[in-house]
Write a protein that binds this ligand. Structure first.
Ligand SMILES: [Zn+2]
Length: 370
């Protein structure tokens, strides 16, 4: 009762004191996100996100080993609404109820890669810089000297040294120009730096060295990136975090459909647990946005394993966003065409910044903020 009356008196006093437009700007500012987690899931298809597991691929013994009954029990249901929730329960029970999901082509809601290569490094570069640099055409491209939105935010007031990246892949470090950046950009097999680490950070540092090198010497597994990032976030409270996950693309290239599904199922749960941990922390609660994207799509049918400019459909992608100022519209059903060069300006805008770079950047996606 007292606080309600108090709030009214303060509100009236403020409106009287400030002009209406200044009050409106103030109110809008309060609604903006102060923290942001950008999550990249390498090569995950819109098909599984919006339709759930594919029956033909579940049945195909070329892409699976072991008991098909087990796969069907875990991920199949005749009803696509049930099926997609079996695969990604946090996404469909929580993000769909509190945020927005784009890219269901069955509804004409199109999200596409803009660069002409449809592979990983150029995809990340487009996401992070907000424009296509056609010179970036291979995954072995050296340091990317273009401006990126993380570096831009790190240069803003109150964000200096509060922007960090935990990545699965050394190329992700080159894409962020790690060698010439002062931000913490963690690549395989770097430990969380510093003297005073929590027990969780120490354990995350240790276990990455004991995990199998399933995808070679150059790539960390999702759970290692998750453990490093989650323990660091809990201890150090960065304001902007880029998480770069690679397993789904690797399992797909290896033609292992059940592992690809298991992997995204686990990642969905990790994202949920990270969200819940941050919402239980007053530093992040109610003022943190999650923005989740892939770097490219993949082919359909037997070509689901592959991507690149010669593989049809591998420029088809999706994204999701959830946080303050993002209305709970769930699955977006309007006919539209969005490109992934639009994420950078959108992300900066959610924090109240107008991202610009030496090259023209993609327009902010206005429906995200309405
Ligand atoms: Zn990729």
């Amino acid at each position: 009762m007292r606080s309600k009356n108090g709030f009214m008196i303060v509100s009236v006093a403020l409106i009287t004191f400030m002009s209406f437009s200044a009050w409106k700007a103030f109110a809008q500012k309060k609604n903006e996100s102060q923290n942001l987690v950008l999550i990249l899931i390498d090569g995950y298809r819109w098909r599984e996100l919006f339709r759930g597991a594919d029956q033909g691929l579940l049945l195909n013994t070329k892409f699976n080993s072991g008991d098909s009954a087990r796969r069907f029990k875990k991920y199949w249901d005749e009803d696509p609404e049930v099926r997609k929730k079996k695969l990604m329960p946090f996404t469909w029970n929580y993000i769909a109820a509190h945020g927005q999901l784009y890219g269901n082509r069955d509804l004409g809601n199109f999200v596409n890669v803009k660069n002409p290569y449809w592979i990983s490094y150029p995809g990340r570069a487009e996401v992070l810089s907000g424009f296509v640099d056609s010179a970036i055409k291979s995954n072995s491209y050296p340091n990317n000297s273009n401006m990126n939105v993380l570096e831009f935010i790190n240069g803003q007031k109150n964000y200096k040294d509060k922007v960090v990246a935990f990545t699965c892949w050394s190329a992700s470090g080159r894409c962020l120009n790690k060698e010439n950046s002062k931000m913490l950009i963690s690549v395989p097999w770097e430990n969380i730096p510093g003297e005073r680490l929590t027990d969780a950070e120490i354990l995350a540092n240790e276990i990455q060295h004991y995990a199998p090198k399933t995808f070679g010497d150059d790539e960390r597994l999702n759970f290692e990136v998750y453990a490093l990032a989650k323990s660091y976030i809990k201890a150090k409270h960065p304001k902007v975090i880029y998480l770069d996950f690679g397993d789904p693309d690797e399992y797909a290239h290896d033609g292992q459909y059940e592992n690809y599904l298991d992997d995204i199922h686990y990642l969905d749960e990790m994202i949920g647990k990270l969200w819940n941990m941050m919402q239980a922390d007053k530093f992040y609660k109610g003022k943190t946005t999650f923005f989740i994207v892939p770097d490219h799509g993949r082919g359909s049918g037997d070509q689901w394993t592959d991507h690149g400019s010669s593989v049809e459909h591998s420029n088809e992608t999706w994204f999701m966003a959830m946080g303050p100022g993002i209305s709970a519209k769930g699955e977006m059903k309007m006919k539209t065409q969005i490109f992934q060069d639009q994420y950078a300006k959108t992300i900066a805008g959610l924090l109240g910044f107008d991202y610009t770079a030496p090259k023209p950047v993609g327009k902010a996606i206005e429906s995200v903020k309405k």
